[in-house]
Design a protein. Structure first.
Length: 255
């Protein structure tokens, strides 16, 4: 588990990868999906499952591969200064099959797409000091095949391959701390046909009060600013997001 941070940085990233605790879960009837109600207190095997990775890979126990459902957890520390000044966003970037996500015993999300990890604002579930992230992975509803009746047709939401022999958190797990007023997303579009550069920035106010601020854009080549956009003055209500589109035309770099 690693942390990337600078003392004066607006963002603070906690990477929660590493050796997690694990316990397999039997799933006797695949036609009936499992829905967890609470995080188990006992039955854990400690520091035995490496995230990211599949717990159905051969180095792990045969019983894990047969189950394809299981609980996994990791414990981590949170500084009080982050809770007092930032908002926390949790992303499990890839998990298969369906993932139920818990923080300190409370369910915060259910994630269905094996390729796209949803971002969740989880500040209210965290506390200063020790915290626990727990994930329950379980198979989607399975249907009988029309010709033989065997339970083999899995109802997955991502619309392509079905990794019938794989299960696990197979991409990074990140907890990112951001200022209450922050850039949530940036899209950059370039056109050599029109010699244009378009920058679309989505800003978000996660605070409980309104804010007025100035958004500045610049394009750098190393340390040198080669393009600057006019500043944008923005007012956001609590919980509001807004997209700002900036356009540069007749750029020499695209001719």
């Amino acid at each position: 588990m690693t942390t990337r941070n600078e003392t004066d940085s607006i963002r603070h990233l906690q990477l929660l990868n590493g050796w997690w605790d694990f316990q397999p879960m039997a799933h006797a009837d695949l036609a009936v999906p499992l829905t967890p109600e609470r995080v188990p207190e006992t039955g854990w095997q400690t520091a035995c499952y490496l995230v990211p990775g599949f717990f159905t890979d051969h180095p792990y126990l045969e019983a894990w591969r047969k189950a394809r459902s299981g609980w996994m957890r990791v414990r981590f520390e949170v500084e009080r200064r982050l809770i007092d000044s930032r908002r926390a966003y949790l992303t499990i970037k890839g998990a298969i099959p369906k993932a139920f996500v818990f923080l300190n015993g409370s369910q915060v999300a259910a994630q269905e797409d094996m390729f796209i990890g949803d971002e969740h604002e989880v500040t209210r579930f965290l506390r200063p000091g020790a915290n626990e992230l727990t994930v329950f992975l379980t198979e989607f509803k399975t249907f009988p095949h029309p010709t033989g009746g065997k339970l083999s047709l899995i109802d997955v939401p991502w619309g392509c391959c079905i990794a019938a022999a794989q299960a696990g958190i197979w991409q990074d797990v990140e907890l990112e701390w951001r200022a209450p007023i922050h850039v949530a997303d940036v899209t950059i579009r370039t056109s050599t046909r029109t010699s244009e550069l378009t920058v679309i920035t989505r800003v978000h106010n996660a605070d409980s009060k309104p804010h007025d601020f100035v958004l500045n854009h610049a394009v750098k080549d190393g340390d040198a600013e080669v393009l600057t956009f006019p500043p944008s003055r923005i007012s956001l209500k609590p919980g509001e997001s807004r997209e700002i589109t900036m356009l540069f035309s007749d750029l020499q770099g695209f001719t």
